[in-house]
Write a protein that binds this ligand. Structure first.
Ligand code: BES
Ligand code: ZN
Ligand code: ZN
Length: 505
């Protein structure tokens, strides 16, 4: 979708729909919102009559459609929910609206910006939120469709009299957001590809292609190299598949000289059947999304390079396919990882931590980063703990954790910090090796997944995002997810971590 900023008033533009934002009025406030006078007059009082009939209340995502009498097209009142208005409410309502307007055959729209500005959401924040909602909400995965259905092709953010004079500045606000949004769309397109095409090798190829385009140094370690490097974790998990595993390292040098180095690791399981500890049919269906952490890392590096963020950023992807076969790893195996630390395998379905052990060990050893962030669809327990709309955050560093939480609030990709203590570290210690891949006792599964990973980052400040819930939108949960995250891969983490890198000093 093309989104542009235009100084003209929305009602004067030729579009299929003019979108007007309305917030929920307190119970006693019955008068028509003053800023709807023009629309009401144009429609011969229909807005007032609809309000009196209780047809629009301004509830979040509510849509009231009027066909215009003065010319072709519609005026659509879009509910933004209770006051105070927030950027997330705008992103959500606009994202939801562009999804639903598609079904009405609407191909172009103009958004009346002044109706999206309120106390706490200035014109700049409103432009940004409308742009994000429209662009991300209109995403669809069309790679395997011969004639994809058409959605809204053009959205005009109409400034009108109120903000027309700020056109140049507001245009720049939107432009500044584009690299991140392009990366989110690109990441979704990679993450949605099914495992028959998206093999570990294919994922590495995407990294190489993207790296070339954005001037990153990309190194791919194939199975021979992984053997030389003693990456026993990635090799063990990938051993059951005929599609060999890969580790990929991407380097963005940073803008400032001698800036900080931030490493970002991602779980790239192209399909997780569970391995010998085979999942049930139901549990397996969505497991092409088990590579979403790695995909997010690619998107973050892409955005970081495009935006030329200050810190040096190292991305590392641990890619393998987890399948059962005669060459698969098995429960009771003991594996030696890159760092030399040994892992007792108790369950082959806890494979994400096993591949990340090598990736984390490698990146810490080779790059001495100032901090490490990892993103992984690591545990079903994360979804049990905090649901689909939050990612558990586990961290050894309060400053890093605080900044990530803040970036989460700013972007709507929200985190919830879980406790992490030395007791949790004890729970993943093994009797026969250094650590075991399933903790005991088993409660707090998402924390214990983190506790395992913590073993491989040593004393480097570290944060782990368990994105098993928000990495993709399940059809059954779609209406509870942000409207700018349609069904399928969301690219969760790309906006969040890019925001962190943008503001990290
Ligand atoms: N990829 C799964 C986690 C997952 C499950 C993500 C559901 C999203 C939705 C992971 O590899 C896994 O299977 N973890 C096990 C760990 C357990 C064996 C300790 C789990 O969550 O059951
Ligand atoms: Zn698994
Ligand atoms: Zn997995």
């Amino acid at each position: 979708m093309k989104v542009i900023v235009d100084r003209r008033p929305a009602l004067s533009l030729t579009t299929d729909a003019v979108i007007v934002g309305v917030t929920e009025a307190p119970p006693k406030e019955e008068a028509l919102p003053r800023n709807l006078a023009a629309e009401d007059k144009l429609l011969g009082g229909a807005v007032r009559r609809a309000q009196q009939a209780g047809e629009f209340k301004g509830a979040r995502r509510e849509m009231t459609v009027f066909h215009r009498t003065d010319r072709a097209g519609r005026i659509i009142l879009l509910g933004l929910g209770a006051r105070p208005l927030t950027a997330e409410a705008i992103r959500d309502a606009v994202g939801d609206a562009v999804q639903r307007l598609k079904e009405k055959g609407i191909r172009s729209m103009a958004v009346r910006l002044d109706t999206f500005v309120a106390d706490g959401v200035g014109a700049e924040a409103a432009v940004r939120a409308v742009g994000i909602g429209a662009i991300l909400g209109s995403y669809s995965f069309t790679r395997y469709r011969s004639n994809p259905s058409k959605g809204i092709e053009e959205a005009i953010i109409a400034l009108g009299e109120a903000y027309g004079r700020e056109e140049a500045k507001l245009r720049l606000i939107l432009e500044a957001e584009r690299p991140v949004l392009d990366s989110v769309l690109w990441t979704r397109d990679v993450a949605n590809v099914p495992p028959n095409e998206a093999t570990p090798e294919w994922l590495a190829e995407q990294a190489v292609r993207m790296g070339k385009e954005f001037g990153l140094k990309v190194t791919v370690f194939d199975e021979t190299k992984l053997k030389e490097m003693n990456c026993g974790g990635i090799l063990a998990v990938g051993g059951g598949s005929t599609r060999p595993p890969r580790m990929v390292v991407l380097e963005y040098p940073g803008k400032g000289k001698r800036g900080r180095t931030i490493a970002i690791a991602g779980k790239g399981i192209t399909f997780d059947s569970g391995g010998i500890n085979l999942k049930t049919g139901e549990g397996m269906a969505d497991m092409k999304f088990d590579k979403c952490g790695a995909c997010a890392v690619l998107g973050i590096l892409r955005a970081a390079a495009d935006l030329e963020v200050a810190p040096r950023v190292i991305g590392v992807l641990a890619c393998a396919e987890n399948l059962p076969s005669g060459s698969a790893y098995r429960p009771s195996d003991i594996i030696r990882t890159y760092s030399g630390a040994t892992v007792e395998v108790l369950n082959t379905d806890a494979e994400g931590r096993v591949v990340l052990a090598d990736a984390l060990g490698y990146v810490v050893d080779k790059y001495h980063p100032d901090e490490v962030i990892d993103l992984a669809t690591l545990t079903g327990a994360a979804v049990v703990a905090v649901g689909e709309n939050y990612a558990p955050l586990i961290s050894t560093d309060d400053r890093l954790a605080g900044r990530l939480l803040a970036a989460g609030e700013a972007t709507g990709e929200t985190l919830w910090r879980l406790p992490f203590t030395s007791m949790h570290r004890e729970m993943v210690k093994s009797d026969v090796a250094e650590v075991k891949n399933v903790g005991e006792p088993r409660g707090g599964g998402s924390i214990l997944g983190g506790a395992f990973l913590a073993h491989f980052v040593g004393t480097t400040p570290w944060a782990h995002l368990d994105i098993a819930g928000p990495a993709w939108t399940r059809k059954s949960a779609a209406r509870f997810m942000p409207g700018y995250q349609p069904v399928g891969a969301t690219a969760f983490g790309v906006r969040l971590v890019t925001e962190y890198l943008r503001t990290a000093v």
